[in-house]
Design a protein around this ligand. Structure first.
Ligand code: CAA
Length: 458
């Protein structure tokens, strides 16, 4: 099979408007700091009625193809991961074919994959599997993931967001998926789900969802360590795998403090599987908790506090940079993890990243979760694929700064409008297309038969 299959290029899209979380704290009459410190969120992006999941994906694919200047017939597989379902049959992928049709390229495998925030990762795995199979025809694969994360006006609303990421996959990639190293945990739970087909909003058991996320993380980490240790044994290396072996670690990010606690949780896993005479000074403060069973610790606040403190340096080095976009744009479900990857690249130089291993934890409620890893290429020289990939993300701060700040009142009005127009027929969405970023695709019209027509802002 081809060598080093992985990410060659990626593109991020987020809406041109946001609400400030400090404004939202005041508007919702909650204590100052609840969203900004407690959840770690400073701003939240949101879409007007003019954007839906199809338009988000059209925009991000178009942007990626234009930036890489690749011919439209060079893509042989296109996978979409999303949980923003506007049609129970017709895939977002079929809408994206509109972009490829003019080139005559209709020979593109792949379709949509759905399970909460996990669909992007399932799509990535599918695309990589295709490249490593006898069906690969030598062309690129593209993975598109995106969501509009909206909640009713309750305590979950500040954990919303919207956006999409498109990734180009090929061999000899600067971010190669590590072969043979995927650890998965799946089970049947009702922590977050969307049974109401007449609404965009999910049913959420917030506290349960946090426990499910942490349990899935524990299980995936144990299984990942086991698999990599087996690989090492086969290579004659007798050394336990620990968090030190991930130079960087990225997570699905429902809100940013959840990620800081998750990295701390991995430290707990290492600590509990270490012996009591381990010399690590990091563990000194944790000794009081030795002997605990992982499954008994999900609600132990004293332990959580000690872990967050003990892992602070590690968090600053390995993970904090990856939260840049999530802090300012919020949760984007399937694309959240890949937005974290883009943030990590945007906040480090190619030299910092060269040769490192990036651990990635993907979580989708319901639940499906995987922990896997990327190997970053050694070559960080100017013009190298790694340097080009890294520099393509450098405009993230400028793009985020150029968004329009909307008041909580305007945000609420737009949320109400989204409710009102959800599944409505025979309308053209209200709003000014000039409020979208140039080059953005938008929903122009929904006809009597629910058929959607899109146009692109010049
Ligand atoms: N200053 C600083 N911190 C404050 C504060 C203040 N004035 N007031 C409260 N806080 C802290 C709280 O102490 C708490 O922190 P700790 O957990 O560290 O104690 C934090 O702010 C949040 O406060 P609450 O726990 O009281 O918040 P809540 O119960 O009202 O809502 C939530 C939080 C449950 C996450 C809710 O937003 C929610 O349901 N969100 C959607 C579900 C979700 O994101 N789940 C995450 C895992 S599932 C997943 O990952 C899939 C997915 O994408 C949805």
């Amino acid at each position: 099979w081809p060598k080093d299959v992985g990410i060659l290029a990626l593109e991020v899209y987020f809406p041109a408007q946001y609400v400030d979380q400090t404004d939202l704290e005041k508007y919702n009459n909650v204590e100052a700091g609840k969203y900004t410190v407690g959840l770690g969120q400073t701003e939240m992006g949101f879409c007007s009625v003019q954007e839906d999941i199809n338009s988000l994906c059209l925009t991000v694919v178009q942007r990626l193809m234009e930036r890489t200047k690749l011919p439209w017939d060079s893509v042989g597989r296109l996978e979409v991961g999303t949980e923003t379902i506007i049609d129970k049959s017709k895939a977002v992928k079929t809408v994206l074919m509109e972009l490829f049709q003019d080139s005559g390229n209709t020979d593109i495998e792949g379709i949509d994959t759905t399970n909460a925030c996990y669909g992007g990762t399932a799509s990535l795995f599918n695309a990589a599997n295709w490249m490593e199979s006898s069906y690969w025809d030598g062309r690129y694969a593209m993975v598109v993931c995106g969501d509009i994360a909206v909640y009713p006006n309750d305590n979950a609303r500040p954990t919303g967001g919207a956006g999409a990421v498109a990734m180009l996959l090929g061999p000899n990639a600067p971010l190669a998926l590590e072969q043979g190293l995927r650890a998965t945990h799946m089970e049947n739970v009702y922590d977050f789900y969307k049974p109401n087909l007449a609404s965009e909003y999910p049913m959420v058991d917030g506290k349960l969802s946090i426990q499910c996320y942490l349990r899935a993380l524990d299980r995936c980490y144990a299984s990942y360590c086991h698999k990599i240790q087996n690989q090492r044994k086969r290579a004659g290396i007798n050394q336990a795998f620990t968090l030190d072996d991930f130079q960087f670690m990225i997570f699905h990010t429902p809100f940013c403090t959840m990620v800081q606690k998750s990295l701390a949780r991995l430290m707990l896993n290492d600590f509990l599987s270490s012996s009591s005479n381990t010399q690590s000074s990091l563990y000194k403060e944790l000794e009081a908790f030795r002997g605990l069973k992982l499954e008994d610790t999900y609600t132990n606040k004293a332990l959580e506090k000690a872990l967050v403190k003990a892992s602070l340096d590690m968090f600053n080095k390995k993970t904090k940079a990856s939260l840049y976009l999530a802090t300012r744009n919020g949760n984007t479900y399937t694309s959240s993890l890949y937005g974290c990857l883009a943030s990590l690249l945007s906040r480090h130089s190619a030299q910092d990243l060269a040769g490192s291993r990036i651990g990635a934890f993907s979580y989708g409620s319901g639940l499906a979760a995987s922990l896997f890893s990327f190997r970053v290429s050694q070559d960080a020289s100017p013009g190298s694929p790694l340097e080009q990939l890294v520099s393509s993300t450098s405009d993230l701060p400028k793009r985020l700064d150029s968004r329009k700040r909307m008041s909580p009142e305007e945000f609420t009005e737009i949320m109400n409008e989204r409710e009102q127009f959800y599944h409505k027929v025979n309308f053209s969405p209200p709003g000014d297309i000039n409020s979208l970023f140039p080059g953005t695709w938008y929903l122009e019209q929904v006809d009597q038969l629910h058929r959607r027509k899109y146009a692109r802002r010049p």
